[in-house]
Design a protein around this ligand. Structure first.
Ligand SMILES: [Zn+2]
Length: 372
């Protein structure tokens, strides 16, 4: 959902921490509103010029708080031997890229609750700092701000709508009760959507009353809604594709392209004729690569008679292939993650078929029609 650039900024306990581009916007906004609105009100005796410095410190501490929240999820996950690919910090907080589904409701519960608990703990630390900072108005104002935001972070994440932490807690409970992971995910996502609608409703309502938090309510609602919706769709997809293997969905009648085919012929005789988005390239009946419109697009038309398929194709390697035994669901996820439309299905070193996004979509459509 949140595509775009992110950079790795640190590695903590072996887990890469990445920063999404949207964070710079929110960082700027927070610093600005702290310097111009928060500090002048909470500590009017402080010199205005140095408020900018305090604002930067407070914003950085907020950033560290969000990181600690995410890391706590990751460390609990790792205790259960669930690998974490990375943590990405973006506009509304962070996302931990967990590589595997939690194996049991108990693990899911522990992983989910760790985040809000760590936020509450950090809030407590700043509360103690606040109590100890009499006579230092700058420190006091910073401590008060961080106590507040960490408290909000903890409470906000406990909202019982998937994929929020609270939604994961809810899913763990439903999962434990029914034993059905997928239906628990669907129910928790539906709850997430319902809560999001309430947020957006109040956001719109408060627009008319002039309450200045209305835009935030709308944004949070929209963010929650789309996240819950994609979780729901994912659960449904998983349910439909459960146990289905690549071999069951792939096309076996493949049209291949000889490696010496010039692009002009490729375009007229293959892309236009068959309407496919890509073709396996072969040499002596062996797959040597794949060619799609994307590769051709960059070549000027006047050179199409001279440039051959093998000159511009993606050369054969593991990133282009899938195996017949793999779950279609996993391959579909890979297609989305890597932005690919098709994979060569290899069996025993030979090209056995082609699995495509449109093929999977067709399969899903037919299954849906039979169901209805
Ligand atoms: Zn969390």
């Amino acid at each position: 959902m949140f595509g775009g650039s992110s950079w790795q900024i640190a590695k903590i306990g072996g887990i890469p921490v990445r920063l999404h581009v949207s964070w710079f916007i929110i960082f700027g906004l927070i610093t600005w509103s702290l310097a111009t609105q928060y500090f002048p009100v909470v500590a009017p005796e402080l010199p205005k010029a140095t408020n900018w410095l305090r604002a930067v410190v407070a914003a950085l501490l907020l950033f560290l708080s969000v990181t600690a929240h995410e890391l706590s999820h990751s460390f609990v996950a790792r205790r259960y031997k669930i690998p974490i690919a990375s943590i990405t910090l973006f506009i509304f907080g962070g996302v931990s890229q967990i590589k595997k589904e939690p194996p049991s409701p108990k693990v899911e519960f522990n992983m989910a609750i760790a985040g809000p608990l760590s936020s509450f703990l950090i809030a407590l630390i700043f509360f103690l700092l606040l109590k100890a900072s009499d006579g230092y108005p700058g420190l006091k104002a910073i401590a008060f701000y961080l106590m507040q935001v960490n408290l909000i972070l903890g409470i906000f994440n406990l909202i019982p709508g998937f994929p929020m932490d609270g939604g994961r807690v809810l899913r763990a409970a439903l999962w434990k009760k029914s034993g059905d992971y997928i239906s628990a995910t669907r129910k928790a996502s539906k709850t997430g959507q319902a809560i999001a609608v309430v947020f957006m409703f109040f956001g719109i309502f408060s627009l008319f009353t002039g309450y200045h938090g209305s835009l935030w309510l709308l944004l949070i609602g929209w963010f929650l809604y789309t996240a819950a919706q994609s979780s729901y769709q994912q659960a449904t997809l998983r349910e439909t594709l459960n146990e289905v293997k690549v071999r069951d969905v792939m096309t076996k009648e493949i049209v291949t392209v000889n490696e010496y085919t010039p692009l002009s012929e490729l375009f007229e005789g293959y892309f236009l004729k068959y309407g496919y988005g890509g073709f396996p390239v072969v040499a002596d009946e062996k797959a040597v690569g794949m060619i799609s419109l994307r590769e051709i697009r960059g070549i000027p038309k006047e050179r199409w008679n001279y440039v051959k398929a093998k000159d511009v194709m993606q050369p054969f390697d593991e990133s282009l292939t899938a195996s017949g035994n793999e779950d279609v669901y996993k391959i579909f996820e890979r297609m989305i993650q890597e932005d690919r439309g098709r994979f060569l299905v290899m069996e025993g070193g030979r090209l056995a078929g082609l699995i495509t996004r449109s093929g999977i979509a067709r399969y899903l459509q037919i299954k849906e029609e039979v169901k209805g």
